[in-house]
Design a protein around this ligand. Structure first.
Ligand code: SAM
Length: 429
């Protein structure tokens, strides 16, 4: 067994872990970037719980699924974990892992929903760090297995122009009076506007603010400042602009307005296809009442409202509820109601009394509590959108035991080149 001296050794990779890392048969050597069937020369990076994590020095025997990465730092940057794997093999890997999680499998598999593979990412939190040894500021995602910020000039998965702004941003922050005062920058892209939210700890000087405004002007982006908590965010530049970012759901003639830190789906392009698929699966008519659980800013509720008799959207965040109501008004939708509700707790069943159809899109922890309410209700058709196969499988089992049939399900390529799995499922009774 190898130790943590930096001596290279050879390892045969026999499996891919759910996190996308390659691993030896016994699982004791883990290699980010390794693919099954490969022999790699590696050096140890870290040891955690009897597992040695290694870096690839040389690919001795390559998998037929290995491809050239689009990004020169894909092997270091923690933003992607599967760029080195041919895209259809990525989908295969996700589908296989995802299917394994279900105790009761779906009766039918929906073909994977595919979208753009690069420049798809509309939301990101970029780390910012002044690195003494390099004498400059780094802006980007953290390295794999480490807390350092990846030294890179651009990002191939971020939407443009944001993906090409890492180097200019690092120069901008480096030129501020205190480059250490900026720990992170949030990226949020709308269809026609890119917003950056600069978190800063100290006070910015007049010259700093001028430099930031100039950056906004030169690169055509909206710059927001965040001196404290989320409520302190304000737009620095441009001074005159639309108050919101937006993305359009063209097929439903809906414009979704949002603020940079509102929850929106990461990949707006595939989101459009996902909303359409969810609507097809829900199969609603004008006489139906639909409950949209975890409704956010109304991404599913408003297109549903175009087809249903009535929609109730429920959501914990008061800001999102306010935005959903605004979006309903702006799009001339009058049959959608939004309520602020903690769906992790038991709630008034009254909401579900008249509901025949329910869509839910919970956070990673799933919606165990809501499942029990659904079983007791008159809901006949459930569409479940999930970003976590484990909690999806757990929740679906509750519905299956409660008398629902697991009709169909499929994966959605929301996060190409990462191991994250988005999926959708239809259950009915
Ligand atoms: C994956 S997002 C889905 C949002 C929306 N469906 C969309 O497509 O944009 C999950 C949403 O659940 C909300 N949420 C988190 N915990 C919640 C809770 N306990 N009760 C209700 N909503 C919650 C979040 O604020 C977030 O808007």
């Amino acid at each position: 067994m190898a130790n943590l001296t930096k001596m290279p050794f050879n390892v045969d990779i026999s499996k891919l872990q759910p996190d996308g890392n390659g691993a030896s048969e016994d699982g004791k050597t883990v290699v980010p970037g390794g693919l099954p069937g490969e022999t790699l020369s590696v050096t140890p990076l870290a040891r955690r719980h009897k597992v040695i994590y290694c870096r690839i020095e040389e690919v001795k025997t390559a998998s037929k699924y290995r491809v050239e990465c689009a990004c020169p730092v894909a092997d270091i940057c923690g933003g992607c974990s599967l760029q080195h794997m041919e895209h259809s093999a990525q989908i295969n890997f996700k589908q296989t892992n995802w299917l394994k999680t279900f105790a009761t499998p779906p009766k039918e598999i929906i073909p994977a929903l595919l979208g753009p593979k690069l420049n798809y990412r509309c939301k990101a939190r970029l780390g910012v760090r002044f690195v003494e040894k390099k004498g400059r500021v780094l802006v980007g995602f953290r390295e794999k297995m480490k807390g350092f910020i990846t030294d890179t000039q651009s990002c191939k998965t971020l939407r443009l122009p944001a993906g090409d702004l890492l180097k200019p941003l690092s120069k901008l922050i480096m030129a501020l009076s205190d480059p250490k005062s900026v720990p992170q920058i949030e990226v949020a892209c709308g269809d026609s506007t890119t917003a950056l939210v600069v978190r800063h700890l100290g006070q910015m000087s007049k010259a700093d603010l001028k430099a930031l405004e100039k950056f906004s002007n030169v690169h055509g982006i909206h710059l927001y400042m965040q001196p404290a908590g989320i409520k302190s965010i304000y737009r620095l530049a441009p001074r005159i602009a639309e108050p919101f970012l937006h993305y359009d759901l063209y097929d439903h003639d809906i414009r979704m307005h949002f603020m940079p830190l509102d929850f929106t789906q990461v990949n707006h392009s595939i989101n459009r296809s996902m909303v359409n698929l969810a609507l097809d699966l829900l199969s609603i008519s004008q006489s139906d009442q639909v409950f949209d659980a975890f409704s956010g800013i109304g991404n599913f509720s408003l297109p549903i409202a175009r087809r249903a008799g009535r929609v109730i959207g429920a959501e914990l965040s008061s800001e999102s509820v306010a935005r959903a109501r605004y979006n309903a008004t702006e799009n001339g939708i009058e049959n959608a109601t939004f309520v602020e509700l903690d769906l992790f707790k038991d709630f008034e069943q009254d909401f579900l009394k008249q509901t025949s159809h329910l869509l839910l899109d919970p956070p990673r922890s799933g919606a165990e509590c809501l499942m029990r309410s659904i079983v007791k209700s008159n809901v006949r058709r459930v569409v479940y959108v999930s970003c976590n196969p484990q909690t999806l499988a757990r929740d679906i089992e509750i519905l299956v035991k409660g008398g629902f049939g697991f009709d169909k399900a499929g994966v959605i390529d929301m996060f190409p080149h990462t191991a994250h799995i988005e999926s959708i499922a239809l259950l009915s009774r």
